[in-house]
Design a protein around this ligand. Sequence first.
Ligand code: GPQ
Length: 839
Amino acid sequence: DSSSAGQEDDRERRGISERASLDKRALRRSFLDNLLYVQGKFPRLATKNDYYLALAHTVRDRLMQRWISTAAAYTTQCSRTVCYLSAEFLMGPHLGNNLINLGIYDVAAEVVGELGLDLEDLLYQEEEPGLGNGGLGRLAACFIDSLATLEVPALGYGIRYEYGIFHQTLSDGWQVEKTDKWLRFGNPWELARPEWAVEIKFGGHTEQYTDEHQRLRVRWVAARIVNGVPYDTPILGYHVNTANTLRLWKAEAPESFDFGQFNRGDYAGAVTQKIVSENLSKVLYPNDEQEAGKELRLQQQFFFVSCSLQDMLRILQIQRIPVEKFHEKFAVQLNDTHPSIGVAELMRLLVDEQLLAWDTAWDITCKSFGYTNHTLMPEALERWSLPLFQRVLPRHLEIIYEINARFLDQVRIRFFGDEARIARLSLIEEQGPRYVRMANLACVGSHAINGVADLHTELLKQDVLKDFYELCPEKFSNKTNGVTPRRWIVLANPRLTSLITETLGDGWIRDLDLLRGLESHIDDAAFVQRWQAVKRANKADLATHIERRLQISIDPDSLFDVQVKRIHEYKRQHLAALHIVALYCRIKANPNIEMVPRTFIFGGKAAPGYHMAKLMIKLITAIGDVVNFDPDVRGRLKVAFLPNFSVTNGQRIYPAADLSEQISTAGKEASGTGNMKFQMNGALTIGTMDGANIEIMEEVGKENFFQFGLLTPEVYAWQARGYRPQECYERSPALREVIDLIGSGYFARGDSSVFKPLIDVLLRYDPYFLLADFDSYVACQDEVSAVYKDKHRWARMAILNSARSGKFSSDRTIRQYCSEIWNVDKVPVRLLSQEDVEA
Ligand code: GPQ
């Protein structure tokens, strides 16, 4: 047929001459071979997981040629390379994505199908590497995908956590955390590279000495050394030969380290030391946008950053590039402040170990780093108490003092006598207990600083980083986030992918702006009908999944109203909960009231120590327990909290949504990226003018977006005036009824104490303006229901949302980073033949 012919042309054009390996018979042969030689099984004994692993190895074998060809191209051409430093990479399962990017998804489905297996079933066997909390970690994963697809040389550097984000279960409606043993059955996607291990120092003290040129130098005498071992995962681009590398570091106790000397024959003590060392990469901190301030967290940050910078120096050496050209070879991006200790560590490596002059080293450092800020929430700005910092990184504290002294000298000349400004810009917070301010370090040590949506960048300039903006406005720019359409449309929504490709051809997968072509089909009744059928089928699939998981029946024709993201007060899942209760109250007052049936779907994890967020989960599940079974409701309202929201679960949920809830308090959500995944998959958004919602509305047009709520300047004005939520409560009868019903204990079997902390905060402080936005939100939701009754109008709006989502491809975002921050070009990769490789 025409689409597979299109794919064939594509392959020809790209010169991928691996016909044999793409051949179905060869695929079947190596699948069965891997089952035998890797898993040691034959079909009658094989488990589903054996089959998954056999297929994973079959795919991995096909990645290797590309991976090696890519490494060869980059090495011989000494290509300029992006190094994306991130404490989190929330990759999601690899198998499906690799099948898509290799262009062998359909043939793999046939091969396993002929063996009596179901490909989707095998895909669900993969335990996803949950090495991130939420948006920030998932953004890193989308970026790595786009970099490979755009054929840009890039390395992702991070931590190989043994335990990723916890697994969430619900017990009596409360969140319960279980550990995430994702490596339990092995990981076929990674390759350990112990030959490239590096040593990382911690603690101890510093000493001065004079070198052979009579220059005064500093040596760091560490108290302990830990080995960092790289584990590499290939990241294949879409229908290209480029396979970049995700390099994650595992901490190990060094064999060479002489425990005996330290412990005087204390063997048990030495083993304890080993455990302490390996704790470094043991577990991901599950706090999203919350400062934990834990010593182990600083150690983790330094660990992966020092490993990565040392690895870059090794690469320079292999390519015989002088260390003075570090910044010409590498563009190093800091994904928030988590890796910002890199500024001080690169200075240490260049000055103390490579023996460069301070000024030379500082010039290289500033030209190498770029810093992306991801939040305006004050509690998420990282600071480390001075005693803790001194204990872990004594040499880095000295270096930070030196950077600060030189920096503030310049500030004093520019802003003569402005001591308050100097105190705000200082890398050290001096009022009260002293802290190292990591955002300030990142700003001073980077040549580029960016926010992640237009509004966010403006607020950074006006507010959070105002002093740095006034000092160096030229460093600042915006890079609105994006998401990869390969995972979030092609893999997650095969029905929509077929419809779009049959309508437009498959060019949209690498150039999402081509989706605009859908607009001309909006009056084509057959197309609109097919569009509706796709959504309806996706909803039916999700309904089945929910029914199985939660034992509640779901009507696929009801409006699927979805909010999935980390649970946080600023994201206001409890505002959505208030709306559900308002609808419930209408039904109780008038059981025959006409109402558009809705299914409210929630998902998201709460940080284990964030009690209010956990109470928000309990509120939602408690409302569900009443509403789902009250006969008066007659199925018009259903509330489902899907446990353990993850990349895997997201892939089922986004394609089935009608309505995307993006209801954060204006000025609080830096960008949001879930909003983009919903839009691409044809959901309409109800949202505040926050983060990237504003840009989504700009793209789709006001008439295709449900906007409500205070604007950021209005929030600021209410704050300045002194906001009294009690007044909103008194003014709005609907709000009063909702708050009183929850406060009465109606959703807690009469126990009014359960939700008291939540209700008290709302009535007394309401720091996120739920009560101020309540009436506006409910009115907007009524408008949503009115529009939904007109199924045809809804479908047209949904099509326009997808058609106008091109801006939010991470390919666009990455092109902007490449040209405006990293100054890096693509390096197409020629596939080496077997003989080339072996020669
Ligand atoms: N974000 Cl600082 C996180 O997911 N975790 C964090 O620790 C910080 C930010 C998010 C942010 O809340 C979203 O608005 C962004 O879309 C996302 O980062 C990616 O930039």
